[in-house]
Ligand binder design. Structure first.
Ligand code: NAD
Length: 462
């Protein structure tokens, strides 16, 4: 795959040699997935010369043609703009990526292993490939979410694979906090930049990249930096599980969790964020990161009971949603169930550990026929969920349905003609997994409405 510093991209964009544009730093970004692509594009947008290296050839070909392999609002425009400006190219070649690179950003995946541990195979491979090509001083910035101590482990791997043992390199842990769905905004407006290193000049070099963003800089040791990322994700997941537990208590006692959350969230010490009750969290980060932190804690002799409860509550929420409808229908065998939303949250096409997947599996295992609609992720879902009927609209998913589950709160679902939905359904049972609708209004319209923690009573199947 052709693409290197100074070459244009092969995708038909005007190719301006990288040397001829004003470059701030030359950066190689390893891994061009959800996090790496946002990093590569945003670093280029700040004026740096960036090569994104990924082992996935199809992905690199798409990117060099200005086509995004993922759905991320606003990112395509930045990628194209920087390809055109000659600041951003993509390659499958580490040789090209490492040539002249002053900084290497590691953004490869760190999925869960079988026991909940972090699978560091991709990080290890990236470290080895980088090490073999270090011929000048370089700062290696780790943005992947990795277990505490991984920075030291990567340093050892790199040292073992250097071609000339005296070439200086430094590791800096720089956890990534962006959210899918608002990755560009988050990258450009970080609440803080965390740098973990014992080398002040390396910290200075990395912090220069972010200076124009005006964020608070927190410089600490690598292990503390790595821990900040896990602790932050575990806390956010805990907040959601907490409000879900409160939701379940609300439900038993006839209180409304949305108002409870509002009443709590207006307290500045609590804040309203991540206090939305529903069918719980999913995605590529919270599930694996909470699990990994619990695993690390346990293998180091700790008893992570709160983290375990946070995960258990989350799993239970998905089951609870299914139970609510099973109780009304008396079982799912032969029942048609509409599912609105497949992605783990709106504004992304990411299906990793999405609640929809486990909910659909539960429904199918009990004999339901699932009709689903998602605004962006249906093509991606086909491999993962081959046995469902994919529909071209939320209305079509509701057709002849015995119940509809709202799983992902895409804006599109907030503005539906609900009278039409009701009329299309065989039975007007609505499981509002994200508490999007007004329960009273839905009941007045004739729906048998079930939210999450919204205090209902006295309903019967029409
Ligand atoms: P991803 O699976 O979307 O992307 C990883 C990319 O790395 C893939 O394109 C893969 O082909 C490539 N890759 C893997 N090993 C490689 C190697 N050795 N050489 C070259 N390319 C390689 O993953 P992601 O969601 O972007 O996450 C990456 C890391 O960032 C994870 O540690 C994740 O926890 C962290 N993170 C992600 C997000 C997010 O919103 N997705 C946010 C914060 C942090």
């Amino acid at each position: 795959m052709r693409s290197s510093w100074g070459s244009g991209s092969p995708g038909g964009w005007p190719s301006e040699p990288l040397q001829e544009v004003a470059l701030t730093k030359r950066i190689c970004v390893i891994g061009t997935g959800y996090a790496g692509l946002a990093n590569a594009a945003c670093l280029a947008d700040l004026g740096n010369g960036v090569i994104g290296v990924d082992r996935d050839q199809a992905k690199i070909e798409q990117l060099n043609h200005g086509v995004l392999p993922i759905y991320e609002p606003g990112l395509a425009e930045i990628v194209r703009r920087n390809i055109q400006a000659g600041r951003l190219v993509f390659s499958t070649s580490y040789d090209e990526g490492m040539q002249d690179a002053e900084l290497v950003f590691v953004c490869v995946g760190t999925p869960s292993g079988v026991e909940g541990e972090t699978d560091l195979a991709d990080v290890e491979q990236a470290a080895i490939e980088v090490a073999k090509r270090i011929h000048q001083p370089v700062v290696i910035v780790n943005r992947s979410t990795v277990p505490i101590g991984t920075g030291d482990w990567m340093s050892d791997i790199i040292r073992d694979h250097l071609q000339s043992p005296d070439t200086p390199f430094t590791m800096v842990s720089n956890p990534e906090f962006l959210r899918e769905g608002s990755a560009v905004y988050d990258w450009m407006h970080p609440d803080r930049i965390v740098l973990g290193t014992t080398d002040p000049p390396a910290a200075e070099k990395v912090s220069q990249l972010y200076r124009s963003l005006g964020a608070e800089l927190i410089i600490t040791d690598p292990r503390t930096a790595e821990m900040i990322k896990y602790a932050a994700n575990a806390f956010l997941a805990s907040k959601i599980s907490f409000i879900n537990e409160i939701a379940n208590i609300c439900e038993a006692l006839g209180a409304d969790v949305r108002t409870v959350a509002h009443g709590m969230g207006t307290d500045q010490r609590i804040s309203p964020h991540f206090l939305e009750a529903g069918i719980g969290w999913g995605g590529s980060c919270f599930p694996k990161d909470v699990k990994a932190l619990a695993y690390i804690a346990a293998v180091h002799g700790q008893h992570p009971q709160m983290l375990r409860a946070v995960m258990e509550i989350n799993t239970d929420q998905r089951k609870r949603a299914v139970t609510k409808v099973r109780e009304i229908l008396g079982g799912f065998r032969g029942k048609v169930i509409g599912v609105w939303g497949l992605t783990f949250k709106p504004n992304t096409d990411d299906l990793r550990d999405a609640p929809s997947i486990s909910i659909i599996h539960m429904l199918q295992n009990e004999g339901a026929i699932v009709r689903a609609y998602d605004p962006v992720a249906m093509d991606k879902a086909r491999n993962m969920l081959p046995r469902i009927v994919y529909c071209d609209s939320p209305y079509s998913a509701a057709e002849d349905a015995d119940a509809v589950f709202l799983v992902t709160e895409w804006n599109e679902f907030k503005q539906l003609d609900m009278a039409r939905v009701r009329d299309l359904m065989r039975r007007p049972i609505l499981l509002d997994g994200r508490n999007v609708y007004d329960p009273q209004r839905m009941r007045e319209m004739g729906f048998i409405y079930r939210g999450m923690g919204r205090g209902y009573s006295g309903e019967s199947l029409r």
